[in-house]
Structure formats: C-alpha cells, structure tokens
Design a protein. Structure first.
Length: 132
C-alpha cells in the first residue's frame, strides 16, 4: 500500500530476474468516464494492516499456482487523480504463459478479497462509495 505515485519502472526492476524471459506489469489507472458519469478523482481507504497481509497472501498463492519467480502488488491509498495509477501488479516467469494467466487472476482476486474501498467524486460534485 502506498500513499504516493506508484513507480511502475521500479516495480519492473524489482521483479527483474535474469532467469525470467517474461515480465509483465499491469497498471490500473483512474479513468475520466464511467458509463455516463465524468469522474473527477478517486479516493481509496483500507484497513491497512489487514490489506497488506492479504496482498502478501495473494502474491504467495499466485506463486503456488504458476511457476512465477516474482510477484509484486501495489495499491494506492488516498486521492488518485484521473490518469494516475491506482494499482499495479507485476509478475515474472521463465515464459509468457504464466504471467499472462496470473495477472488477470491476481486482479480479480484483489478486487474480491482485499479490504480496499473506493470513493468516486464526480464532476457534478456528487460522491459514491464503491466496493466490488
């Protein structure tokens, strides 16, 4: 969990391994429009200790399911403006298949299991709390 910008290059470097022919970092960013609503910004809150424990467990579970040599997950807390990264998930493996399977699995589980709440602030001034 981080409260400042996610450094995607640092994540790519962190999962680097000369034995890995495949490295992938997925970056989820705050988008401007959701349906017909214009988003001004997002704000994330979490029960930090529990979320960090669950994120480590999720990374370990992915490493058991696929032959991954590295897994890294970062999620922003606080205000995230349009265009900024809210979440980044990085994995590395000897071959591309495992990383291409692991990334969507990790994102789906993260949204299902990690106690992180999102508040959307719309251009019309209204807000809405969202938890998948």
């Amino acid at each position: 969990m981080v409260e400042s910008a996610i450094d995607c290059q640092a994540m790519l470097d962190r999962i680097g391994d000369d034995e890995c022919g495949a490295r992938m970092v997925f970056v989820g960013c705050t988008r401007r429009t959701t349906g017909q609503r214009v988003t001004e910004r997002l704000a994330y809150e979490a029960y930090r200790a529990m979320a960090e424990t669950e994120l480590r467990g999720l990374a370990a579970e992915a490493a058991e399911r696929w032959p991954l040599r590295a897994v890294a997950i970062e999620h922003r807390l606080g205000v995230v403006e349009v265009g900024q990264a809210s979440v980044a998930v990085g994995v590395a493996s000897s071959h591309r298949g495992p990383v291409m399977e692991a990334i969507p699995w990790l994102m789906d589980r993260l949204k299902e299991r990690i106690p992180i709440w999102k508040q959307e602030t719309y251009a019309d001034g209204t807000t809405e709390w969202i938890h998948p």
